[in-house]
Design a protein around this ligand. Structure first.
Ligand code: SF4
Length: 65
């Protein structure tokens, strides 16, 4: 995968609190990583749900009810 040209801009908006992640700010890699695991990127969860680091689609749907 090529280097992200929007990394700095994306980091300004990234709401994921898992700071050690090597994909932080690289949204293409982030989506691909989580989608391959049947998960959803942290930025789509509300702030409280995001902090659990549970990125499963099932948990996401639970948070939307
Ligand atoms: S959602 Fe996952 S892949 Fe994306 S920045 Fe956070 S920990 Fe990394």
């Amino acid at each position: 995968m090529s280097e992200c040209t929007e990394l700095d801009n994306n980091l300004d908006y990234c709401s994921c609190t898992y700071d050690p992640c090597p994909r932080k700010g690289n949204c293409c890699a982030c989506i691909q990583y989580h989608n391959n695991k049947n998960e959803i990127p942290g930025c789509l969860f509300d702030a409280e749900a995001e902090k659990t680091y549970n990125r499963s689609r099932k948990y996401f749907l639970q948070t939307q009810q």
